[in-house]
Write a protein that binds this ligand. Structure first.
Ligand SMILES: Nc1nc2c(c(=O)[nH]1)N[C@H]1C(S)=C(S)[C@@H](COP(=O)(O)O)O[C@H]1N2
Ligand SMILES: [Mo]
Length: 313
């Protein structure tokens, strides 16, 4: 995120488009073992992929009706700095990450701290498909059908104590397969206020486009917080910790003048090095104006009443 101004790379330059012909054809070819690109995803050994999703998926009242970003772009234009800072590095490098066994600890100020096996976590609540926008601070955006359930379902199961005010996410870090360069202070961490974490839009996410999450999109479990810049949506989570004090976050530690704790999508607040007033949807060329709270103001503006959003950026 620190590196360059966005919007100077057409997706056709970074996506190996020839490998992909839309998701259905892609999967069909993968099944037949025909497409070279299949090796990048469906050709991975099952142990390296993230298992299967429960069959029943509810649809959600929160769905965006905008056209979905194509699958090929969504799996090849990623930020996952542990695997490199170029957009296609996660596609190439993240599949080395073993996704089983995988456990997620939920700890801190809760009555029932617990370590979940990922397959139990997956079954804790009914999965829903939620078509959400994800708006990166770099000024590109995507529209993705995510699969998950509200993080609130998990938090309620562990019973937050009255003193809990924040939720911290700690993500997987394995220097054997991830960068050792101190691009950020590893492991990558993020945080939300407890009421943000309990908001029904905040999705604990296991899949997308009807599939388990590809490694580079944050398998086996990530959060998606659609009214905040993409970096709040921590990938490959191993610990969820409830605390009384506001946790440090990786981006805020590395560049506090650029990345605040709140990180709400706000076209009126400039990033110190660029305007945040417009964005480019991946797959489109014309820019579009960025909406307050990424278009989710009706749902979330109430969380910030009385706060100065220029200061709490
Ligand atoms: N662990 C981890 N999580 C992360 C990141 C990262 O570098 N490491 N990048 C963030 C950023 S900046 C964005 S925009 C989103 C991108 O998610 P996507 O690749 O699924 O679009 O992931 C977020 N989660
Ligand atoms: Mo981002």
């Amino acid at each position: 995120m620190l590196i360059r101004l966005p919007d100077d790379i057409a997706p056709s330059e970074i996506t190996p488009q020839a490998l992909f012909e839309g998701r259905r054809a892609f999967i069909r070819q993968a099944g037949l073992g025909l497409a070279a690109g299949a090796a990048l995803w469906h050709g991975l050994p099952t142990s390296a992929r993230a298992g299967t999703l429960p069959a029943a998926v509810r649809s959600s009242p929160y769905n965006s009706t905008e056209a979905h970003t194509d699958w090929a772009s969504a799996i090849s234009y990623n930020n996952f700095y542990e695997f490199g800072t170029s957009k296609d590095a996660p596609l190439r490098n993240a599949p080395q990450m073993a996704l089983r066994p995988w456990r997620v600890r939920v700890e801190g100020l809760v009555n029932k701290p617990r370590e979940f096996d990922i397959d139990d976590l997956l079954k804790l609540a009914a999965l829903e498909e939620r078509v959400y926008r994800l708006r990166c601070v770099e000024a590109w955006s995507m529209v993705i059908p995510w699969l998950g359930y509200p993080l609130a379902s998990l938090l309620k199961a562990v019973e937050p104590q009255g003193s809990a005010r924040y939720v911290e996410f700690v993500t997987h870090y394995d220097p054997a397969i991830m960068t050792r360069r101190p691009v950020l202070d590893w492991p990558y961490t993020e945080g939300l206020r407890l009421d943000e974490a309990l908001h029904p839009l905040t999705l604990l996410t296991f899949g997308m486009y009807g599939e388990v999450l590809p490694h580079q999109n944050g398998a086996p479990v990530r959060v998606v917080v659609p009214w905040k810049y993409g970096f709040k949506s921590a990938k490959s989570i191993v610990t969820i910790r409830l605390s009384e004090r506001q946790p440090a976050t990786a981006w805020n530690k590395s560049a506090p003048q650029e990345y605040g704790f709140y990180s709400n999508v706000n076209p009126q607040v400039r990033h110190p090095r660029w305007s945040q007033a417009s964005e480019r949807r991946i797959g489109e060329t014309r820019r579009r104006p960025t909406l307050m709270f990424n278009g989710y103001a009706d749902e979330v503006a109430g969380l910030y009443l009385g706060m100065d959003l220029q200061k709490n950026y």
